[in-house]
Design a protein around this ligand. Structure first.
Ligand code: 5RP
Length: 225
């Protein structure tokens, strides 16, 4: 199976955990896209009745187009489960997210969710975080000064640009800076440092967040709790 087949596999495996009446956080990314397709199929075939809270405009649109009821986070008092992708997951279940520039909304949804499940192909499992550049969502105003500060801190920052040279914009109209760190030895310390930088709205370290990971393996989905 190629990587896309593994992503489809975990997307389909994840929707089996969705129960009638649930308020479901819906993540973002190419793996979640398969999950939304499978969820739409259950809504259509079984009349599954759920409310989805999307972590990006693109996931909201895909889900709504498939007949899934989408509400805003502020319209619900809790979320039962959130299913999302991840860019890296280490041996301690800590993760990096934000490869799709959606980690701010993803984190807000995740921390308001009773349970969090990540779905990944096996290439996302790592012993140490950091090979995948760590995304930061930053306010455009003064962002070159934030970049300079991060450079001085030896965090190897780079703005994320589109092919046409324009800044990648998040759904909240902010910029992305990626930190090319290679290896993150102390994720909690780094998270604390980044939380203290004015202008950084949110970083992509998702620490102590996830309850269940479904990994796409060649011989089938593996559930890790
Ligand atoms: C978006 C994310 C995604 O969940 C993460 O980038 C994984 O995406 P994909 O499933 O496409 O590999 O954090 O901000």
């Amino acid at each position: 199976m190629d990587q896309n087949a593994l992503k489809a596999l975990v997307g389909q495996a994840a929707v089996k955990y969705v129960e009638d009446g649930m308020i479901l956080g819906i993540g973002t990314g190419s793996t979640v896209k398969y999950m939304i397709d499978a969820l739409g199929e259950r809504v259509k075939q079984e009349g599954l009745n759920i409310v989805g809270i999307a972590t990006s405009d693109r996931s909201a649109k895909q889900a709504a187009d498939l007949g899934i009821t989408i509400k805003q986070l502020d319209d619900v008092d809790h979320l039962d489960l959130t299913i999302d992708g991840a860019d890296e997951i280490d041996d301690n279940f800590q993760g990096i997210k934000g490869g799709g520039a959606a980690h701010l909304w993803e984190k807000i949804v995740a921390i308001n969710s009773r349970k969090n499940m990540w779905i990944v192909d096996e290439s996302k499992l790592v012993h140490h975080l950091g090979k995948f550049p760590l995304p930061l969502e930053v306010i455009p105003f003064g962002s070159t000064h934030v970049l300079e500060k991060l450079e001085k801190m030896d965090l190897h920052p780079a703005f994320r640009f589109n092919a046409d040279g324009s800044h990648v914009l998040t759904d909240s109209k902010n910029y992305i800076i990626d930190l090319h760190l290679g290896r993150i030895d102390h994720p909690h310390e780094l998270a604390n440092t980044l939380n203290g930088i004015v202008g950084v709205v949110e970083h992509g370290l998702f620490l102590d967040t996830v309850n269940t990971v479904i990994v796409g393996r060649q011989d089938g989905p593996e559930v890790l709790n």
